[in-house]
Ligand binder design. Structure first.
Ligand code: NDP
Length: 311
């Protein structure tokens, strides 16, 4: 089996940017794209906060532009998923879902994180049509509109507060009668006059017409009452899950499963393995910050390989 210099696992803005830099550095990278090439941005519509596009750009178009830019410099793309890695041997060993196996001197992991959804009927089809798991990405489209946010952790409360910059009213729907979010976040929320909290309530159904979301059907789990609520937007704030299952036991992850990196550098606990994008970032989670960290990971991989080959 031929040993590759660098393999990039994952294909969002972080992975494509890492590929762009490593391809231009002559490292002939392979990108193992997974089953959703382009990552989370391919499920959004307008992207207005990625610099360089004064009129905004559609998420899928941005990702296909990034991929086409990478292609110009010679990169191999594989549409399969890595299911197993051995980082205790050198070169590192990877096993893919389609049966392919690879050896690599360095690895860049950019498998991202997936927002959790409730699993309601039509929820996924309505993403970009009123359903969103990213207030920072989509809040702007709800100027003077009514939105509902579900969840009771820091993500939900932060989203609810952020959305009050645009929406005329934000309802925060939580399944219990207390929040698990931090105290300052709770205080901010209770003091925000645009936020109204709907306690002890589960969302059971998303209502929609041909234009998108029109409301939600909710169940009060204390009174057993079912009600319909009108809304223009429905935001999920029930957490994210980093895509790191295949890495368990191989490198250091934090208690939520995010890859631990070395502060300002994308180095992981295993020398030669670098991480970038949302898989190591529960905080910023933006396309532009992911792309920036992809550039850093590629530069670190290049320097690591230089040192390895100089030995
Ligand atoms: P959390 O796991 O902390 O909270 C998830 C919330 O969603 C909980 O309130 C939970 O309800 C609710 N929930 C989960 N599943 C369902 C479901 N199926 N139906 C209804 N409600 C559901 O996730 P977060 O993303 O909020 O936070 C993750 C970590 O990131 C935390 O450590 C948080 O502090 C941190 N974070 C920090 C931020 C900051 O400092 N600015 C911003 C965002 C996150 P229940 O409470 O009943 O379990």
């Amino acid at each position: 089996m031929e040993t590759k210099q660098v393999i990039i696992i994952g294909s969002g803005p972080a992975g494509y940017t890492a590929a762009l830099y490593s391809a231009r550095a002559g490292l002939k990278p392979i990108v193992i794209e997974g089953h959703e090439p382009g990552g989370q941005l391919t499920t959004t519509t307008d992207v207005e906060n990625f610099p360089g596009f004064p009129e905004g750009i559609q998420g899928p178009e941005l990702m296909s532009n990034m991929k086409n830019q990478v292609k110009k410099f010679g990169t191999e793309f594989l549409s399969t998923k890595v299911i197993d890695v051995n980082l205790s041997q050198r070169p590192f060993h990877l096993k893919c879902e389609n049966g392919q196996e690879f050896l690599a001197e360095s690895l860049i992991i950019s498998t991202g994180a997936s927002a959790k959804y409730l699993g309601l009927a039509n929820e996924m089809q309505l993403i970009g049509k009123g359903v969103s798991a990213c207030a920072t990405c989509d809040g702007f489209f709800y100027r003077n509109k009514v939105v509902h946010v579900v969840g009771g952790g820091d993500t939900a409360l932060e989203e609810a507060n952020f959305l009050t910059r645009f929406a005329s009213k934000v309802y925060l729907v939580h399944r219990r009668d207390s929040f698990r979010a931090s105290k300052p976040m709770q205080d901010r929320t209770f003091n925000n006059p645009k936020i109204e909290i709907i306690w002890n309530t589960d969302v059971k159904e998303i209502l929609f017409n041909e234009h998108g979301v029109t409301g939600i059907r909710v169940h009060n789990n204390l009174t057993n009452e079912m009600t319909e609520r009108s809304t223009d937007g429905f935001f999920l704030g029930i957490g994210h899950e980093p895509n790191t299952k295949f890495l368990k036991g191989q490198l250091a992850l934090d208690e939520h499963g995010y890859i631990k990196t070395a502060g300002t550098h994308p180095d992981t606990s295993v020398p030669g393995v670098f991480a970038c994008g949302d898989v190591q970032d529960p905080y910023y989670r933006q396309a532009i910050s992911a792309a920036g960290s992809g550039c850093q990971a590629a530069i670190r991989a290049e320097r690591y390989l230089e040192a390895l080959h100089d030995k």
